[in-house]
Design a protein around this ligand. Structure first.
Ligand SMILES: [Zn+2]
Ligand SMILES: [Zn+2]
Ligand SMILES: [Zn+2]
Length: 124
């Protein structure tokens, strides 16, 4: 719970090597909205190319509508594990959505309910 920071978009949180904004973000990319042990995932948004812990952070901190990554763009490294800080591709995430392909930290499977905020999954 320490070192929570709110970083307005589009700005860099100096703790991360990538552009990342969010509400009350901890050092493993949990946020004010998703704060469980498994909520250690940040997603780069197609619209502004900035990482956010969740779509609610994006909605709160930006003034534009988010857009989805198209299925043809799923090879882009748009996923960040907040635990080991590895970036990996959307298709890797969709395939191994239970855990980080690098450090095996568990991810929140409930995120799948929100994939349509981030990814064009209809045709997947
Ligand atoms: Zn955006
Ligand atoms: Zn959030
Ligand atoms: Zn990891």
């Amino acid at each position: 719970m320490s070192d929570r920071r709110t970083t307005p978009a589009i700005a860099d949180d100096s703790r991360f090597a990538v552009s990342l904004s969010g509400c009350q973000v901890d050092s493993e990319t949990r946020c004010a909205h998703w704060d469980g042990t498994r909520d250690v995932l940040a997603i780069k948004f197609q619209c502004c190319k900035c990482f956010f812990p969740c779509f609610q952070c994006h909605e709160t901190l930006t003034e534009h509508e988010s857009t989805q990554w198209l299925s043809t763009e799923f090879s882009k490294e748009a996923i960040l594990c907040g635990h080991c800080r590895t970036q990996f591709s959307i298709s890797e995430y969709i395939e191994t959505s239970e855990q980080c392909p690098s450090c095996s930290h568990s991810f929140n499977l409930g995120c799948q309910n929100h994939w349509d905020h981030y990814f064009e999954i209809g045709s997947y």
